[in-house]
Write a protein that binds this ligand. Sequence first.
Ligand code: GCU
Length: 655
Amino acid sequence: MRYFPDSDACWLGGPGAAQVAAARLVGTTGTPVPDALAADHADAAVRLGVGAGAAVVALELDPDDDLGPEGFRLTRTPQGVAVAAASERGLVYGYHRLLTTGLDAAPLGEHRPSAPIRMLDDWDNLSAAEHLGSVERGFSGPSILFADGAMVADLSRLRDYGRLMASLGLNALCLNNVNVHDAGTHLIADMLPDVARAAAVLRDYGVTTYLAANFAAPITLGDLTTADPLDPGVRAWWAEACARVYAAVPDFGGFVVKADSEGRPGPFTYGRTHADGANMLAAALAPFGGTVFWRCFVYDCRQDWRDRSTDRARAAADHFQPLDGAFADNVVLQVKYGPIDFQAREAISPLLTTLRDTNVVIELQVTQEYTGQQKHVCYLGELWAEVLGFRIGRDADGGPSLGALVAGPAGARTGFAAVSNVGAGEFWTGHPFAQANLYAYGRLAWDPGLDPADILREWIAATYDLDAEASADLEAILLGSWATYEAYSAPLGVGFMVEPGHHYGPNVDGYEYSLWGTYHFADRDGIGVDRTVATGSGMTGLYTPEVAARYETLEACPDEYLLFFHHVPYGHVLHSGRTVIQHIYDSHFAGVEAVEAMRGSWAALRGALPARVVAEVDARLDEQLRCAVEWRDQINTYFFRKSGVPDAHGRLIHA
Ligand code: GCU
């Protein structure tokens, strides 16, 4: 295996991998060792300077085994560990799981994914000159796939990415940005040979290739004057386009589509519904078994801030709930976990609680657009575990959880999608510790019931060779870091308050008078967005009745969502017993103190990590502290000036 250039910085170069690399790889009688594994394994042994050791990793392929199409079983044998699967894909995932854990810590037993779709969406542009650079909302260097309008010649970085994905059982990758600009549109046309090249690499690792498609492609590519989904010419155009795509990539997965959203074209232009649009593409893909992922991030991004009747948090449910049941079987609605946009804290999307007759994937954001942009340590496994454990209130017992919901009934196309955080930087994820987020996403997509603290410990063990004390220091830095980020940024679920455009660092009123529909409505008396049925936008009424009841009243609403659902005076007393204004002050002082404590753990840990990792983390922790202080001071000063209420503890607030 060609490990990462600085293997000490990545989990597939970690201690477990070295141990497996020293083993001999054999197929049991009748099981050929898949080519990709055999080649990888030989390289690894050579590169690590170890010959064939005593241990053996035996691969057993038995199509009659009941492990399912992607599952695997790990068994200890006198010679080493056996990986059994009913498919090559299962073998590949099982083998890479072993690379992650090592032979001694092999998770013996049967492993099956919770849901059939476990996808990463790269937001890679074809060139750095496109909107928001090489990778939209990318914080880890340029794209590993594209440069200067073309696919890069050397796909070894993609091969490494395939291995990372296989080690988590992630099975789908969308190669390009959901905002498909003119250059990206060509991927389904003259750039298909490149797509085939990428797909050949990913196939080795059990990963299916998808593309983000431009709904207006028939026009953009210069063939038609309309993209109307009900126009027979348009339907024929897409049918031919799909035939070309599948001729180049026979196991192509399908399209991800952002339509009628933030300036992207869509069916609304032609007076058609999103079901019309999605079903048209689904019909073109159906003969080949392909799937359309249709994103529900559809809202008015040209709203007038004076207009208090429009609530962006309602938009996805208002657009898509009436269409429940109207989508073809090979359409999957891709729904962001929150109704606004990947905030550190926001309510669950009401649409996720009420769709019944439609395939759904929940969309998470691994890239830390709103959570510190991979300069800040912010372990998102804890956020996602909470989201996936959220009970949507359909059953008598309050269930099912979102994790169980997206597992779907057998045969449905359901599961997980997430915006990736990788780039061509040395550590793949900007901050070396942001790899933990990629790892946690994959593990939770495989099993949403996992404990995020256990996942973190797995990642630490797979990545660095640390003694118990140093591991505990690293765990202390990451665990709770999401809560820390939440503490020093926008308070009590109100969200945003970030610098417009790039979304890094505080700016309380940055979006308050803008077109984007993300307001906090703070005045001298109070703060928050009234989304109740009784007196507000009525958004709470879009949930199942059980969930609606959790948010509609001040008595029931949990503190952490208070300002997402209610406008309250600064003196309103929270369930915690503190007033809103005192909570704002307390949490912002505590958030900075937590970052200082992180630096304490880091000082103890530094000596145990490679020099390059240390240099990188040193610089980023300095920046995190600087930024957290800026957040604390801007938020505290802003609300002190608005409310005139002093801090009960007399701490320094710059008036
Ligand atoms: C956010 C993000 C955009 C992105 C969009 C999306 O708004 O800032 O860069 O395009 O989400 O999910 O489509």
